[in-house]
Design a protein around this ligand. Sequence first.
Ligand SMILES: *Cc1c(COP(=O)(O)O)cnc(C)c1O
Length: 241
Amino acid sequence: MLHPNLVSTIRQNLTRVQAQIDASARRAGRSPESVRLVVVTKTHPVETVRAAVEAGAAILGENYAEEAVAKMQALGRAAVEWHMIGHVQSRKAKLVAENFTMMHSLDSLKLARRLDNFAAEAGRVLPVLLEFNVGGEASKSGWQAGDESRWGALLPEIEEILSLGQLETRGLMTMPPLGEQAEASRTYFVRLRRLRDFLGRHFPKSTWDELSMGTSLDFTVAIEEGATLVRVGTSILGPRS
Ligand SMILES: *Cc1c(COP(=O)(O)O)cnc(C)c1O
């Protein structure tokens, strides 16, 4: 049984966040439809995820492959997209290649090759985003891209990823250093967009449309700087335990 209050609380939150998305897009002269909301359900129990779907969530973001696949099974393949947004260990590549609609957090050539192999075995093409660490923190995943003068060194690995037949690169993703205010993230979102433009110039035959950036803290700023996918958890589902 779903708790009716849970569904209505989530629905109100979704409506509020969607209104903020629409307003940010308009402020930036963009169409609100150019931004898609990924509702981040990681660590929330299945009942909460089910309530989110009931409330209208269309794309769910998860960080842990096994946890996500268990939820997919429990929800019986509801008509939602499942996006992987967390760091994926090599041994979880098969689960991701077989089960997710999109992978936001591709952060190494080695993982790309494994995903490509498993996607081939599963007979599917996996849409992926390349994750970059534009803030330069040592602890973060993603290719180091804080220093613009060294972007050229990224090109050979990216070229190889673009050549993998079962992966379809669609754009870039980042998780900026945790700040206290949304404005603090702007410089990182601008850097990711510039990196996207740089890669687009070097690899014009590939698609670079998607920019996955912005969380509860800073999604409005991310949209002003070009985000097409925002990943929002806490503002919709409340704090994680
Ligand atoms: C948890 C998480 C989010 C959501 O963060 P909130 O602050 O709850 O909105 C977004 N992106 C990634 C990569 C995450 O791990």
